[in-house]
Design a protein. Structure first.
Length: 660
């Protein structure tokens, strides 16, 4: 088996798009054209191979990133079809991390959407080579040239069509390859000029008027595309299979092959967790280095756990095939790893790339269940779902007997409700979503704690607290000498700082600040290592009480398109919602308004907008960051556990917990 696998060329491709751009349909046709499936499924009838969850089939949307593998022209392609709906951005984010290249689908009708821009930003941040597939060329209202212009404005000026569309809307008859002799002269000239103006050698060749060898120019584009410097664009109609073969060819022509050595120590990452009713957790693993076989023991580096691989399978939709081997550069499902979670690193972390943070849950909701349902069943089920999607951040408040989760939006709640019922037989409901605020220090100052009573204990800490730039998170450092405070005590303090900042003066996470440990003392006889675990939250909360905190709220970047006669009302609404916006742009009887809105004031606005425009509007948004609230905005959350400001009560509660 090993010798068969060695030397295989592999490409790992993520398919990304905004909702309804035709992404799952494109995936289905790629599988069909490549011979991987014998019959085409459909998103609308719920038979798409990669939409295997019941709710996906009912709603006609993708919720999970699905994996499919097939071969084209001797190259193995691992394809991940990612969700398009903004509520499932965490799935998109995890898929991005393990992809070497991407196909971004744009609709020739709807054009570049806010989510297309956000995904594009992440692809560029990670320098992932990207192909553009402009879909739905046969639809009424399709305008490929306007969409190309839009893509060059909002995405990149380096998007270069390698095809010329033949007709549009109902007249669309496919697209011709501009690398063929005799292709549309103007379009071919534009392609060559686009390459020449970006490369001096090609420019000289072009200006000299020499007869150009198109194959050489194509090789140049392939090299530039593989290094994510240029982005080839092709056209098609996925639902009719038009442009699918060209897309497959383009993947093989323009995408780099997966790297990594099968001989090196194992280095891989779990990017997705799903459940198999018979075999338990399915860990979707991208291996960057090394080889895994059935019955191998592998280190879960993140959790410091050893696990034994029971099976390695390739999974497509509901079907699996036992392959028994996973090599560097490949993706497969690994069974048998205990308590494995999304994001866990297997083996060494050395070869794992950075991740792009897209998804930020902005809403918190309480989970309710009927009387008579055992608490632990619901808590266990929700915790399992949180292992599959860590951003749910399930929290059981023991004293209040409340279960809370974080979500991206209302559709995600529908999906969670459906999964809890179908998988676990649990009927749950959710409270009203509330916005997740954060806190940041109002000014610079200090926090001090001398934890010397009741004996035996001794921990003295002084923290300097300073506001940081917006979006900077938490920065921590110590300037205390190890002779004053032993390294193990300093490490314990550093470990407890992020935990202590999970709840500030108003109960929200404290962020955008710098904490410096400026003084620390231990006692040779009386200090216990856990004294610093007790002292750190007290010292920090004392400091926050001194400097005060200000609330931060989530802000959305929005793009609203409405009939011109509704524009005045929308701008008025935005002002009432504390929003800001750019001067509106008129586009043939419609008005485009771009701006920024606080999430708290605009939660129900998309429904309200659709209602008064009678459905003739679009509202797209994505998270733009946290910003300071105006002074009149207040939001306080019930604190979990004892407040470290109540030092006597806090010491007793923590000592009891640590002993327990």
């Amino acid at each position: 088996m090993m010798t068969e696998q060695q030397g295989i060329e592999r490409i790992n491709v993520g398919i990304f798009a905004h909702v309804d751009a035709g992404k799952t349909t494109t995936t289905e046709h790629l599988l069909y054209e490549s011979g991987r499936i014998r019959a085409l499924g459909s998103v609308d009838t719920g038979t798409a191979l990669t939409d295997s969850m019941e709710i996906e089939q009912q709603r006609g949307i993708s919720v999970r990133a699905a994996l499919a593998s097939f071969a084209w022209k001797g190259v193995q392609i691992n394809l991940v079809d990612t969700p398009g709906h903004v509520d499932f951005l965490s799935e998109v984010e995890r898929s991005l991390r393990v992809m070497d290249c991407a196909v971004l689908i744009l609709s020739a009708v709807e054009g570049v959407q806010a989510q297309s821009e956000m995904i594009w930003g992440a692809l560029r941040k990670l320098r992932i080579p990207t192909l553009i597939f402009m879909n739905k060329m046969d639809r009424t209202g399709a305008d490929p040239f306007a969409v190309l212009k839009q893509a060059r404005t909002y995405l990149s000026t380096d998007i270069i069509p390698v095809q010329h569309p033949l007709g549009t809307e109902q007249e669309y008859a496919g697209a011709e390859d501009l690398w063929q002799a005799g292709a549309d002269n103007a379009a071919q000239t534009e392609l060559l000029e686009a390459l020449a103006e970006r490369d001096e050698t090609l420019l000289e060749t072009y200006m000299s008027g020499e007869v150009t060898d198109l194959a050489d120019w194509k090789k140049h584009l392939a090299k530039q595309a593989a290094s994510a410097a240029l982005f080839p664009l092709i056209y098609g109609v996925a639902a009719k299979g038009l442009g699918i073969t060209a897309l497959l060819d383009a993947m093989v022509d323009y995408f780099p092959r997966a790297g990594g050595s099968a001989e090196r120590p194992v280095s891989g990452i779990v990017y997705n967790i799903q459940r198999d009713p018979g075999m338990g957790r399915m860990a979707f693993v991208r291996l960057y280095e090394g080889t895994l076989r059935n019955r191998d023991t592998v280190l879960n580096y993140t959790q410091d756990l050893q696990g034994k691989v029971t099976q390695i399978r390739k999974v497509e939709g509901g079907q699996t095939q036992d392959v028994g081997l996973l090599e560097a550069g490949d993706i497969a499902v690994v069974y048998g790893l205990p308590a494995v979670r999304v994001g866990d690193v297997l083996g060494s972390p050395a070869a794992i790339p950075q991740e792009a943070k897209l998804a930020v849950p902005l809403l918190t909701v309480r989970v309710f269940w009927p009387e008579g349902t055992e608490d632990h069943k619901v808590i266990g089920a929700v915790q399992e779902l949180a292992d599959e999607d860590p951003l749910l951040d399930a929290q059981w408040l023991q004293d209040e007997r409340e279960l809370h989760i974080k979500v991206m939006g209302p559709i995600q709640l529908e999906i969670l409700s459906s999964v809890l019922e179908s998988r676990y037989g649990l009927a749950v409901s959710f409270g009203q979503p509330s916005v997740i605020y954060k806190e940041t220090p109002a000014r610079a100052g200090e926090g001090f704690i001398a934890y010397t009573m009741p004996k035996p204990c001794w921990a003295i800490l002084r923290f300097r607290i300073e506001p940081g730039p917006p979006g900077s998170g938490l920065a921590y450092e110590s300037v205390v000498r190890s002779s004053d405070l032993l390294p193990q005590y300093q490490n314990e303090t550093a470990r407890r700082v992020p935990e202590a900042l999970q709840q500030g003066l108003y109960g929200w996470e404290v962020t955008d600040l710098k904490i410096t440990l400026v003084e620390g003392q231990h006692h040779v006889w009386h200090t216990h290592p856990l004294d610093f675990a007790v002292a750190t939250p007290m010292g920090l909360m004392e400091g926050l009480a001194n400097v005060g905190t200000r609330l931060l709220e989530p802000i959305l970047q929005v793009r609203i398109v409405v009939p011109e006669e509704n524009g005045g009302r929308v701008m008025n609404d935005l002002v009432h919602m504390r929003g800001t916006f750019e001067p509106p742009v008129l586009q043939g009887g419609r008005m485009l308004i771009e701006g920024r809105l606080p999430l708290a004031t605009s939660l129900d606005y998309p429904v309200h907008l659709s209602s008064f425009t009678k459905g003739r509007s679009t509202f797209t948004s994505f998270f733009a960051g946290y910003e300071l609230c105006p002074p009149e905005v207040t939001a306080e959350r019930t604190r979990r556990g004892v407040n470290p400001l109540d030092q006597a009560k806090y010491i007793l509660s923590v000592r009891k917990a640590l002993q327990g």
